[in-house]
Design a protein around this ligand. Structure first.
Ligand code: CA
Length: 258
């Protein structure tokens, strides 16, 4: 099943063709209690997403404009954000929500050309999808971003030291907080994972492949520019680009600027 605005407009409802995985209890069982905020002004697409996500076990709230999205963001575990909204530009919604919260945001764009714009603006989105997209892919991405945001307690149990300190930088995996000289640095879930991954072995180079596999997923096939965009975001928030050094042709290294 694919969400294509052109097809959906011709079909008032896709409920006549329920997704095959809806009967798969292994699939639905993992999604219970995850609150998805669907921000979408196209009522046909919104209804389809609402029905399908609900069937998959998610708790879905739908809003059709940016103002309501910002108001509802605090109650969500993950936000599915359409960029083309009638009142506030989706980019501004993303930035506004991100300024106040680290809730995972999956941006939905209508055109693939917007990839660069999404990344270039460093919106703080955690992932993005281009319409039309498959529902299985959407569910996989929702799970990936929510798992990443929510399982840091589990990871902290495994880690020998849940708190990583590099000079003035303190990364607390247990509290999912980053402090820079006692001031909190608000990072997105992926920025947090990336920074923590680099800081675990400060001074060592992490390859791009290792970064993608660790911070994103082994089965993640997005553009490698995403890593650069997140590095740029962290550098900006730390206030000194020298914290993360790019090692040409290899990857990235975190080190306290000397
Ligand atoms: Ca729209």
């Amino acid at each position: 099943m694919v969400f294509d605005p052109r097809n959906v407009q011709d079909r008032p409802s896709i409920r006549t063709d329920p997704p095959r995985w809806a009967d798969n209890h292994d699939d639905t069982g993992d999604n219970g209690g995850v609150r998805v905020l669907v921000v979408e002004d196209d009522t046909s697409i919104a209804r389809s997403l609402n029905d399908s996500l609900s069937d998959a076990g998610f708790t879905v709230t739908h809003v059709a404009n940016g103002r309501d999205a910002i108001a509802a963001a605090g109650e969500a575990d993950v936000i599915l954000l359409d960029l083309g909204l009638p009142d506030i530009d989706g980019y501004d919604v993303c930035r506004t929500v991100r300024a106040e919260s680290s809730v995972p945001i999956i941006v939905v764009t209508a055109r693939s050309e917007e990839f660069d714009r999404v990344l270039g603006l460093e919106l703080g989105a955690d992932d993005y999808m281009v319409k039309p997209f498959g529902f299985r892919e959407l569910v996989a991405r929702i799970r990936a971003v929510t798992r990443r945001a929510g399982t840091d307690l589990d990871r902290a149990d495994e880690a020998t030291s849940p708190t990583i300190v590099v000079g003035p930088l303190t990364i607390d995996r247990r509290a999912h907080r980053v402090l820079f000289a006692d001031t909190e640095v608000l990072l997105t879930p992926k920025e947090f994972e990336l920074l923590a991954y680099l800081a675990e072995d400060a001074g060592a180079v992490r390859t791009r492949a290792d970064i993608v596999e660790h911070v994103w997923d082994a089965n993640w096939f997005g553009p490698t520019k995403t890593v650069d965009a997140h590095v740029a975001g962290i550098r900006k928030k730390l206030g000194d680009p020298r914290w993360i050094e790019a090692v040409r042709g290899v990857g990235f290294r975190l080190e306290q600027p000397g």
